[in-house]
Design a protein around this ligand. Sequence first.
Ligand code: PLP
Length: 399
Amino acid sequence: MVPYAKRRDSMNYIIDCMHKIMESLTNKDLISFGGGAPAREAYPIGLIGDLTQSIFGDEEKAIQALAYGATIGLPSLRKAVQDHLLVPNGIAANLDEIMITAGGIQGIFLVCKLYLDPGDVVLVESPTFIHAKLLFDSFEATCQSCAMDEDGLNIEDLESKIKKYHPKLIYTMPTFHNPTGISMSEEKRKRMAELAETYDVMILEDDPYSEIRYSGEKLKPIKAHTKSKNVIYANSLSKIFSPGARLGYLVADAAIMQELTEMKLAIDTCTNGLTQMICAEFFSGGHYPSHLRGLCDIYRSRRDVMQKGIDDHFPKGTKRTSPDGGYYIWVELPQGLDGRELLPAANEVVKITYGSGSDFFVEENHDGSQFLRFSFAGIEEAVIENAMAQLGSFFKSKL
Ligand SMILES: Cc1ncc(COP(=O)(O)O)c(C=O)c1O
C-alpha cells in the first residue's frame, strides 16, 4: 500500500475529536449541544429564494454567478463586507485588502499555508478552537498555549511565551471566544497589537461571533486598534448568513493579501460565485440589520434559558461563563465529576451530548476533563430547559 504523507499521523487525535462533534450534529437520537450549528429559524429561507430567483432572472448576473470568478472574491461582496461589517467595527481596509474565502476556516488555512513551515510555533489560547488546532497540526506546526483570564489572554504569559518560543503566529479569538464565550478587554487588544510589532510576530485574529452580541458594550477588533501589517483578520459568514453557503473573509495588508490570493489560487481558484452573489445582494438590499436583530433575539433567550438551567439543576460547585454573545457556555464541573468519562453514559442514558472540554486543550498533559462546552444556539428553549434538568440530575447521580 502506498504510504500516506507523514503529517497524516499527527492529525489523528483531532480528527477523532472533530468526528465526534460532526456526528453529534447529525445524530437524530441525541440532543446535541456539542457543535456550533445555527438555529433552524436563523436561515432567511424565503429571502434567499427570492434573491436567487432575481439573480437568475438577469442573464448577466446569472452568468457571473455560474462562471469562474476572481480569486480574491466578487467585488460586490467585498464592498458589502467593507460597508456592513468592517467600517461599523472600526476596520479601515481598502478593497484590495479584503478577500472572500470558502468559509472562515479557509481563511485560517490560507494564513497557515503562507506562513507555516514544519516545526514553526503557533501560540494559541488555552483552551482553543479545535478546528484551528487541526489545521496547525496539518501544517506540522507546534502549538504552545497561553493562559486565559476572565478578560481574555494573559498578556504577561503571552509575552513570556513569545520570548521563549519565537512563534510565527498568535491565533486568538478576542470576542466570544470558542469554546469559553469570554471576550478580551480593549486594553489587552491594544497590548497584543503592540507586542506583535515589538516582536515581529503575526496575529491571526479570528472573529466569527462578534456580530452576535446580546448584551454589553461593543468591542473593537484588534485589527481596528492598529495600522500594523502584523494583524490578519479572519472572519466567517457562517454564523450571520449560512454555513452551507461556505463564505468567509480575510483582511490583510495589500502586499500580504496578494500572497494570500496566490495561496487560494493554488487550492481552489475562486469561491462559489452563486452564494457570493446571493450574500452580496442580501447585504446591499438592506436585509442584514433586521436579520441580525432576529438572530440575537433567538440566541439571547436560548442563552438565558441555558444559564438558568445550569444554575438551577447542575451539582453544587459547578461554575460557568456568562457570555455577552456568541454560541457557547463553558462549564466547569465540581471535583469528582469527569465530563469526558461521563459523555458516553450521558449519550446513552439521557440522550444528550456536549463538547468534552479536554478536546479543546493543546497541552499533552492537560486533561481538562472537568470542563464541558455547551452550544445553545441550535436548540429551542423548551428542549434546553428540559435537557439541563435531566443532565443536572444525571451529573448529581454520579457524584
Ligand atoms: C472560532 C471559529 N473560527 C472559524 C470558524 C469557521 O467557520 P466556517 O464554518 O465559516 O468555516 C468557526 C466555526 O464554528 C469558529 O467557531
